[in-house]
Design a protein around this ligand. Structure first.
Ligand code: T46
Length: 143
């Protein structure tokens, strides 16, 4: 599993965290500070008890996102059309910036996984590229 991001348009994000001893911990994400875009949508994925669960398998044309596994763990497969890698998300204060034109797959979820996603825009199906062939065509045409 990779500790270093080699694909385009992705990087790890570290959030500000304040530990309050026996009273727990606060982790904070602010627009343009920890998150490199204005957050327009928040969604979260859970109920991932089935070991075969796999999500994603698409890329976005314009949407930028930040993924945080705020409980449990999961694996994110990343493919920019040239390089592929997999990263693990398993701490609530460290996440993944997922930029444009990156084919991504989420899998290997722990039973208790909650994947929180911050997105730069509202839901728009026309921003998705849901076929891998269309993805390679799309990025190929832009070169
Ligand atoms: C992404 C990864 C990380 C909506 O109606 N509104 C929404 O905001 C979202 C996120 C989804 N939906 C609908 C669209 C589908 O009918 O929910 C259904 C499942 O969505 P999808 O198959 O795209 O879910 P994932 O987990 O494969 O992908 C999601 C995001 O959709 C996607 O943008 O990058 O998480």
């Amino acid at each position: 599993m990779d500790d270093e991001i080699i694909v385009k348009n992705a990087r790890f994000i570290k959030l500000k965290t304040i530990a309050d001893g026996i009273d727990g911990t606060i982790t904070v994400a602010e627009n343009f500070k920890h998150i490199p875009f204005e957050i327009k949508r928040v969604y979260y994925i859970y109920n991932l008890g089935n070991q075969k669960a796999a999500r994603g398998k698409h890329a976005h044309k314009k949407l930028e996102q930040a993924l945080f596994c705020i409980n449990g763990r999961c694996e994110i497969g990343l493919d920019d059309g040239e390089n592929q890698q997999a990263v693990i998300l398993d701490t609530p204060d460290s996440g993944l910036y997922l930029g444009i034109e990156l084919w991504h797959t989420m899998k290997e979820f722990s039973d208790n996984c909650i994947l929180l996603v911050l997105a730069s825009d509202v839901y728009n199906e026309s921003d998705y590229i849901r076929s891998y062939d269309d993805f390679t065509d799309y990025i190929g045409k832009k070169k």
